[in-house]
Design a protein around this ligand. Structure first.
Ligand SMILES: [Zn+2]
Length: 177
């Protein structure tokens, strides 16, 4: 039986409202703010078509951090390896910031439909909140790691969260602001 991919009506309403309030923007808005950065992409393992940053020729370089649940997993307090995953992303970001003379972007991606989110009982609203928590944690981990360097680096860290929706015919990516 084919997997049902259409967004529930409640989620469509939520997305419409978040867009009206400027909390969700089309990913194309992001492309206006930064060009060809080194991207550290945290994405779910079952989201094969999710790598929109690559597809839009936004960047020529992506470091994939791909595992079940993707960036949403980085928000969980009770996952044993959640902190390890965050540190792994932070380490990659610090290495990129310190060793490659290019702009960086840490991209945290959640998506619909997602088997992990479904099994976890997380709908679109919960996933967006999870991405906001993950955003805060990852930003803080990178900031702390940069401050621990000698000499410390105090430059702003660029972390952004995205939500990819694949309803079959209709695919789009939102930038969570
Ligand atoms: Zn998934």
């Amino acid at each position: 039986m084919a997997k049902k991919t259409a967004l529930p009506v409640g989620d469509l309403g939520l997305i419409k409202e978040l867009r009206e309030h400027g909390r969700l923007a089309d990913v194309s808005e992001l492309f206006k703010t930064i060009s060809n950065p080194e991207v550290i992409l945290v994405t779910c393992a079952d989201a094969h078509e999710e790598h929109v940053l690559h597809k839009h020729k936004f960047t020529s370089s992506i470091h994939f951090h791909s595992y079940t649940g993707g960036a949403c997993r980085l928000s969980l307090p009770d996952m044993e390896n959640c902190e390890l995953l965050i540190q792994d992303v932070a380490k990659d970001a610090v290495q990129t910031i310190t060793s490659i003379n290019r702009r960086h972007l840490v991209a945290l991606v959640g998506h619909y439909p997602c088997s992990w989110a479904e099994n976890y009982g997380a709908g679109v609203a919960e996933q967006i909140v999870m991405l906001e928590v993950a955003h805060h944690r990852v930003t803080e981990a990178i900031r702390q790691a940069l401050l621990a360097l000698k000499p410390p680096i105090t430059d702003p860290v660029r972390v952004e969260a995205f939500f990819y929706i694949n309803e079959g015919e209709k695919k789009r990516t939102y930038w969570i602001r």
